[in-house]
Design a protein around this ligand. Structure first.
Ligand code: 13P
Ligand code: SF4
Length: 438
């Protein structure tokens, strides 16, 4: 076994930090502020606003753009309350709210929060789940901003969707904004024209990953486009190729490249669009010959995985089964045994014969939870440096207690509401996705 594997296994076996114990003290390498006091990263009301950063962790280098919602500091009382007391208060508020409330939690969310979720799932499952509890007045979404926006788009009239910490964004989603995607579209349509070919396929169809703003979903809805998630990306690309000669895929280049490559599209048919350069940094012939134009976006968590880590895991155990998320770079997906969405990874672990060794390339909260839930297997993370999604981590039990107790008092805080002028078109793109069968 390599020292890397031993180190990761030790970290995975390390008990999760509790109150008064920082993640670093407990053996992780996550910044203690992020684990124990993410409000240190919130805006201070009244103070001149520095650009709020996503905070330490894997997205350390990503700075939140100006349009990112700003979380004001939660009341001091919540910041001071120890986690066990917060947990008791969350339970009490939940009991008081009863069926008026549903709590959704993404797999990448920390355990201290996930324990309260009525449904835990990937972004596709949570989008579906949010449509099944039409009786619940309040949908509290323990995930990130684009997921809460999606739940709001699919919500029934009278339902409020609440994101406990508005600063829980997604650095990848913020890499594509409506202005730069519109500028790209104008250049592509000037080049391609708008006439369908003899099979009735339009020159280009826009496809946005779920990890995008509602404005971009609306952009797709208005232009015959569609949304995809990592669990249905291949089926959605099939749908798009039936209707278009080419696809403009944003914001994640890796999901687009990996999915299209697995469908037989050549890497040379997938130029990368850099929004800072004319024609995205391409010549017009490359764009004309393209099957998929890939936006230059990525996930800071999944971009950390490397083929060298996979080689290390195989050297340590030649029988290891390596599974990575399709947001990883193509060389990593090529070197792995399998690639799939968070739900795919979970199912693979659940259905494997006991004693299977897994090396997994995805977010650490999920890998750690799988390791805890499946002691019959040996499950390690490919990355030796513990690698949380730092924005998911912004949802601490203090924020959950605050929003739930506010609801008990009749006050809705941190509601995520998609503006009416984009909601209908964004819903169209989402409903096209929900109608596609993987
Ligand atoms: P899933 O679609 O697998 O839930 O992934 C969401 C995400 O943000 C992955 O980084
Ligand atoms: Fe965004 Fe990556 Fe976090 Fe997923 S893991 S929410 S893509 S930053």
């Amino acid at each position: 076994m390599t020292s890397v594997t031993i180190q990761v296994e030790q970290l995975l076996r390390t008990p999760r930090p509790r109150t008064g114990e920082t993640a670093t003290a407990a053996g992780g390498v996550c910044d203690p502020k992020l684990a124990d006091g993410p409000w240190a990263l919130d805006a201070v009301p009244g103070a001149p606003l520095p650009m709020p950063e996503y905070g330490p962790g894997s997205s350390n280098a990503d700075v939140a753009p100006a349009s990112t919602p700003v979380q004001q500091q939660i009341p001091a009382e919540y910041r001071r309350t120890p986690v066990p007391e917060l947990e008791a208060r969350i339970r009490a508020a939940r009991a008081t709210l009863g069926d008026r409330l549903v709590i959704l939690g993404h797999y990448y969310q920390r355990d201290e929060v996930v324990q309260f979720a009525d449904f835990v799932g990937d972004s596709f499952q949570l989008a579906q789940q949010s449509t099944t509890r039409t009786d619940a007045e309040f949908v509290v979404f323990c995930g990130v901003h684009f997921m809460a926006e999606t739940a709001d788009l699919l919500a029934s009239p009278g339902q409020s969707v609440i994101l406990p910490n508005l600063a829980a964004g997604c650095s990848m989603a913020d890499m594509a904004d409506i202005d730069s995607v519109s500028a790209c579209w104008d250049q592509l349509t000037a080049l391609y024209g708008t006439e369908p070919d003899e099979q009735g396929r339009v020159p280009v169809i826009p496809v946005t990953y779920m990890n995008s703003s509602a404005a971009l979903k609306a952009f797709c809805g208005d232009r015959g486009g569609i949304v995809c998630t990592s669990s249905n990306a291949a089926a959605v690309l099939e749908w798009a190729f039936q209707r278009g000669q080419r696809v403009l895929f944003f914001p994640d280049q890796h999901l687009g490249r990996n999915t299209a490559k697995a469908m037989g599209v050549g890497l040379d048919e997938m130029p990368l669009w850099d929004p800072r350069k004319p024609l995205g940094g391409n010549d017009s012939q490359a764009l004309t010959d393209a099957r998929v134009v890939l936006w230059r976006g990525w996930c800071s968590v999944h971009q950390r995985f490397t083929p060298e880590q996979i080689a290390g895991a195989r050297a340590a155990n030649p029988d290891v089964r390596v599974i990575v998320h399709p947001e990883c770079p193509v060389e990593v997906v090529d070197a792995a045994d399998e690639a799939g969405s968070t739900q795919y990874i979970k199912r693979a672990v659940e259905t494997a014969p006991p004693g299977t060794a897994f090396a997994i390339g995805t977010e650490i909260n999920m890998v750690r939870r799988l390791a805890e839930q499946h002691p019959e297997h040996t499950i390690t993370c490919l990355d030796p440096v513990i690698c949380p999604c730092s924005t998911m981590y912004r949802i601490h039990p203090a924020y959950l207690a605050w929003v739930l107790e506010s609801l008990v008092r009749g006050e809705v805080v941190n509601q995520v509401r998609v503006p009416a002028d984009v909601a209908d078109s964004a819903r169209t793109a989402l409903q096209r996705m929900l109608a596609v069968r993987p």
